[in-house]
Ligand binder design. Structure first.
Ligand SMILES: [Zn+2]
Ligand SMILES: [Zn+2]
Length: 252
């Protein structure tokens, strides 16, 4: 498997060209999309055929994680005859959010086939996705992705937005790759139970013995170098801060 970072930005990025949350996991011509935040559709469509995704999986219903589903729906509806359909797995309430943003009742009908997300396993294309609730909104999920045909093989865990590192630990196996939000950068944490900082991610990585840490979702005005240093203080393995367009092999 390979990770393609389409959008590494937080809720309001200040680096020109940076999209909000969107990560694609690829394997042998198949792909799934984890989150589709503002500005991410262009980065997605510029790098692969969005209509060919096996599915889109949304971590939680903050706009920086789902709002470019509006662009995806327009694309599937207006660029194909008949419109293409896309499986979308998301916390309950997505239909109403999309209707509210667009002012169109039943906006997703005929294109986005929305399934409510819960804890546990679901298969999307060749991928097995395990979901676990995390502290953030009332209905937020982290995701562990493996190949369904190789459940003991390489895995990547994506935190989504997460306010308590301990929520992620049960989802992580030794040797997994950890793609983790670090919105509060070098810390300190200004608001409890909302986002993580580098020190919390570093401690989690050491406790769970991950193979490497990919930091993302850094809020503007937080220093990248100090964030990396804070994570490295607790974890001796490889730690990096991802950028849009990065392609990273997912190894065991
Ligand atoms: Zn976010
Ligand atoms: Zn959020």
């Amino acid at each position: 498997m390979e990770l393609l970072v389409v959008g590494s930005g937080a809720a309001y990025p200040d680096r020109p060209g940076t999209a909000s949350s969107c990560y694609v996991v690829l394997h042998d011509g198949a792909a799934i999309c984890l989150d589709l935040g503002q500005g991410a559709f262009a980065g997605l469509a510029g790098r692969l055929e969005p209509a060919d995704l096996a599915g889109v999986v949304i971590s939680h219903l903050h706009p920086d994680h789902f709002v470019d589903l509006v662009a995806l729906r327009h694309y599937l509806r207006y660029e194909f005859e008949p419109p293409r359909r896309m499986r979308v797995i998301a916390p309950a309430g997505l239909r109403g959010r999309l209707d509210g943003v667009t002012g169109e009742p039943d906006f997703a009908a005929g294109t986005l086939e929305i399934e409510d997300r819960g804890a546990g396993h679901v298969q999307v294309g060749p991928f097995d996705l395990e979901s676990r609730r995390v502290t953030h909104t009332a209905d937020s999920f982290a995701t562990r992705v493996t190949l369904a045909a190789a459940a003991d093989g390489p895995a990547i865990v994506y935190s989504g937005d997460c306010g308590r590192a301990a929520d992620l630990a049960p989802l992580i196996g030794p040797g997994d790759m950890l793609l983790c939000e670090v919105a509060f950068g070098p810390g300190p944490i200004p608001v409890p139970d909302l986002h993580l900082d580098g020190a919390a991610v570093g401690r989690l990585a050491a406790e769970t013995r991950v193979s490497q840490v990919l930091l993302t979702h850094l809020q503007m005005k937080r220093d990248p170098a100090a964030t990396l240093a804070a994570a490295r203080a607790g974890y001796g393995g490889q730690v990096s801060l991802v950028s849009d367009g990065d392609r990273i092999p997912i190894t065991g």
